[in-house]
Design a protein around this ligand. Sequence first.
Ligand SMILES: Nc1nc2c(c(=O)[nH]1)N[C@H]1C(S)=C(S)[C@@H](COP(=O)(O)OP(=O)(O)OC[C@H]3O[C@@H](n4cnc5c(=O)[nH]c(N)nc54)[C@H](O)[C@@H]3O)O[C@H]1N2
Ligand SMILES: Nc1nc2c(c(=O)[nH]1)N[C@H]1C(S)=C(S)[C@@H](COP(=O)(O)OP(=O)(O)OC[C@H]3O[C@@H](n4cnc5c(=O)[nH]c(N)nc54)[C@H](O)[C@@H]3O)O[C@H]1N2
Ligand code: SF4
Ligand SMILES: [Mo]
Length: 771
Amino acid sequence: MTAADVAETRWEEAACILCENNCGVLLEITPPGDDGRARIGRVRGDKNHPNSQGYTCNKARELDHYQTGPHRLTQPLRRTAAGTYEPADWDTAIREVAAGFARLRDTHGGETIFYYGGGGQGNHLPGAYAAATRGALGSKFASNALAQEKTGEFWVDGQLFGNEHCHTTGDWEHCEVAVFVGKNPWQTHGVHRARTVLREIANDPDRSMVVIDPRRTETAELADFHLQVRPGGDAHLLAAMLAIAVTEDLLDNPFVTEHAEHTDKLLDAARAVDIPAYCQRAGVDEQLVRAATRRIATASSAAFYEDLGIQQNVHSTLNSYLEKSLWLLTGNLGRGMHLHTAFQPLWSAHSSRATPVTNTPMLAGIVPCNVITEEILTDHPNRFRGALVEANNPVHSLADSHRMREAFEALEFLVVIDVAMSETARLADWILPASSQFEKAEATFFTSEHPANAFHLRHAVLPPLGDTLPEAEIHRRLVRELGGYTDDDLEALLAAAADVDLSQPREDDADGLDAFALTFLGWASELPLRTKVAPAVLYEVLGPRLPDNLREGAVTFALAHQVALRNAKEVANAGFIGDAPKAGNALFRAILERRSGTVFAIDDEDVDPNARVIRDGGKVNLEIPVLLDELATLADDIDPVPDSDWPLILAAGERRAFTANTIFRDPDWRKRDREGAVRVHPKDAADLGIADGARVRLVTRAGHAEGVAMIDEDMAHGMVSLPNGMGVDFPDGNGGTVTGVAPNELTSHDERDPIAATPHHKHVKARLEPV
Ligand SMILES: Nc1nc2c(c(=O)[nH]1)N[C@H]1C(S)=C(S)[C@@H](COP(=O)(O)OP(=O)(O)OC[C@H]3O[C@@H](n4cnc5c(=O)[nH]c(N)nc54)[C@H](O)[C@@H]3O)O[C@H]1N2
Ligand SMILES: Nc1nc2c(c(=O)[nH]1)N[C@H]1C(S)=C(S)[C@@H](COP(=O)(O)OP(=O)(O)OC[C@H]3O[C@@H](n4cnc5c(=O)[nH]c(N)nc54)[C@H](O)[C@@H]3O)O[C@H]1N2
Ligand code: SF4
Ligand SMILES: [Mo]
């Protein structure tokens, strides 16, 4: 596609890329203006999208601020000795990037090449193709943002249900009670059509909402029970709730006996809880805690969502254990909460490995974000010496930006693939410019619905900018340059692919896909390296057989087959039937044809809720010794001594109406709260003599920053907050502007969970000073 192809305004199916909901949208594509570039105009919800059904929030209409602007990279850039960047052509870039990594591989081993990325809120295909480059290099250690939020939860799932792919999701449409723990879905979604669904629950006299959050958020405003917990008091609160459920005889005993085992130690621990003291420690009225617990326990179904408020906080992993125990013991597995299918799991099923330098466990197979700098800044022979960063901005998004910069500068070779000159790209030896998510086919693997689960392969709807390439092509060229496969290797595949024609829908096997699938499977199984480089190979041999605007979807061919094998029953329920390769091919065809997304799997309902528990014997295990030990320590933390140096707790990285990680760099996208104010409780502001709109200095152990104060009576006393995603620079033509505070200038890498090593972003000791 070229700019000339956009001759007149047209509407195209796509998805919003700003949060994990990926709502289906219709984009108005406008023809090139004076700058010669077609762009995104109006944005509407797509009623045909299986998940969003026409819904969008306020942010989707700003998508052109991502697509168009001076922040976009247009050509490969090489760092000069002086630290500036000079443009280069792709052939040079690929040759030198491959040579730089090959040197590290050959001298120190491929495992010293670290990979950070895989995608953000809208783009997971880069990660799928990067697997080929990593395979060719022998790179074994990788990380991404999941290891600073969800890995503790995944590990608890593994302990409870059998492995870390046993992920649960809430049935928000039907649950009688919805419980949000450190989660503000009104702003952050995660629940499809969140604002509509939340209003429905709030307006239904037979349903209730419970919110556990120190701030009276937009979600809390709609709740029947707002447990306004003291920052960091969740473990005490959740332990008290569990204790109330146990001692008031509110457990679903028949359900527990039938579906769970090893419950005694947890129940004993709950009985030992001093309920009034724990409620007081948590800062919530005991009668309110009792009432909310009774409401949850007596409901026919309760759905729970735990998120950053507890996952990036003290006792993060313990909080997950307590939260899940509460809904399990009150009989909600298979009622409000469900184990679901996934199109392609984003993490590993097992936590069997540890990092090479600090020997920190890699929960769900991911290097914990908070140890990355320690794995680089050392003379240990196995340290990370090189890194490939793609579609994420870790120098901005990981704890302790100072130390992150120091570590990434210390790397012998750093390559960043991004659409924009990010904070991380600024440190790279090579910056490779990617086509945007609207200039290539893209998809995410955020597929966690029950019972009907959908996958959406989006079409390219705009021509690629400048000299950018999709990641699929970047990785294909890198793998080729690294010798991951040769022309000879492809002979049989190219012959089979020659008979494939997917340029338009055809009946069943008239497109030649069945024969290709069999050839491909045989080819891949011949040599171990072939499986690794297969994504790049598929892009090379199958990509050209796909419609032009879907080429980067080639890898979903393999993924469709994998899910059809893994979840044959659920995939058949969605209408894709037949022995391999029939079902996988039918699913792949549907993915290519259905521009608004495809339901790929439908879970059976009314089956044993334990059907997906994969532990031996099929019962849920409720005994996690290391967390029971941590639970016992709560009794010694009933009366914390106030810290006069750090009287406030900073939630560093709150989601608001106008935040979207670092996906937007142009500050003009924000219709209000442009600078991202520091929210302060009126009493704290009065004590410090701070007026609304005044400039303030926020000081933490790690650093200090100046911002503008917003007095907010919805805040908890003693708590301040900063929005996430701020403090990125934008090339405005005058040397660049930075708007707002980058929260990780204020966080420390060593404040982390004892088990998951996830950061305490929501619990940073701080003080505030007037400027
Ligand atoms: N608008 C917008 N939406 C987004 C994003 C975005 O950048 N902007 N990012 C997306 C991403 S990547 C994610 S992971 C999700 C995150 O979604 P959420 O987890 O909902 O996001 P946050 O606002 O960071 O944190 C949620 C809540 O935690 C509360 N909190 C703070 N301290 C505590 C505490 O001690 N205890 C409890 N119980 N709660 C506490 C905060 O008051 C806040 O309301 O949002 C996604 N959606
Ligand atoms: N203090 C604090 N820190 C936090 C959080 C917090 O609450 N507080 N939240 C954490 C959480 S939950 C998350 S998820 C992370 C998010 O932070 P990151 O994981 O770093 O992700 P994003 O900010 O979404 O980064 C997106 C990057 O991808 C680039 N990009 C966009 N489209 C494409 C594309 O098509 N191809 C390529 N190659 N690049 C593209 C963008 O330009 C940008 O540089 O932040 C984490 N950091
Ligand atoms: S909820 Fe809003 S930000 Fe999230 S995908 Fe939908 S429109 Fe985009
Ligand atoms: Mo996130």
